[in-house]
Design a protein around this ligand. Structure first.
Ligand code: AMP
Ligand code: ZN
Length: 134
């Protein structure tokens, strides 16, 4: 599994233009570079996925772009294809885990429960999921 160090990542993501690839103060950027440990379940050029430290379901994976942007809308603006990559990774992880149904969620803003301001897609599954959510 290839690990990108912070110094490499800007060059790696240069196709996204002038955006800062990594924020040295960001928890998820540090997980991407493996400066902070996490249980990583999928990694490719565009996406890193790891188990949530406080799981809300038997499967609770966070899927993040290897690019520091604040939320889903900012990510969609920078790269619609990278946004799609997160959902494709979710489908792949769900299949690997044998999930027949699952939920994908982006929280945007503190009022909606966003606590880490690096866009991340929650993948939840492995139990019945109520609707509407709390
Ligand atoms: P959100 O509240 O939508 O911003 O989601 C942030 C998620 O990150 C929460 O579900 C946390 O449990 C999770 N989280 C926080 N720190 C870590 C960590 N070190 N490793 C894995 N997940 C984390
Ligand atoms: Zn970040």
């Amino acid at each position: 599994m290839q690990v990108l160090r912070q110094s490499q990542l800007f060059q790696h993501c240069s196709r996204y233009g002038n955006y800062v690839a990594l924020d040295s103060n960001c928890l998820f950027c540090k997980i991407i570079t493996e400066d902070i440990p996490a249980h990583i379940v999928l990694r490719n050029e565009n996406v890193v996925a790891f188990n949530d430290i406080n799981p809300q379901a038997p499967t609770h994976v966070l899927i993040v772009p290897t690019l520091h942007v604040e939320n889903a809308a900012a990510l969609a603006k920078v790269s619609p294809t990278l946004t799609a990559d997160l959902f494709l990774a979710a489908a792949q992880i769900a299949q690997t885990n044998g999930l027949t149904g699952y939920r994908t969620v982006f929280n945007t803003g503190e009022e909606a429960g966003q606590s880490v301001f690096h866009a991340h897609l929650h993948l939840l599954g492995g139990r019945g999921l109520a609707w509407p959510p709390g």
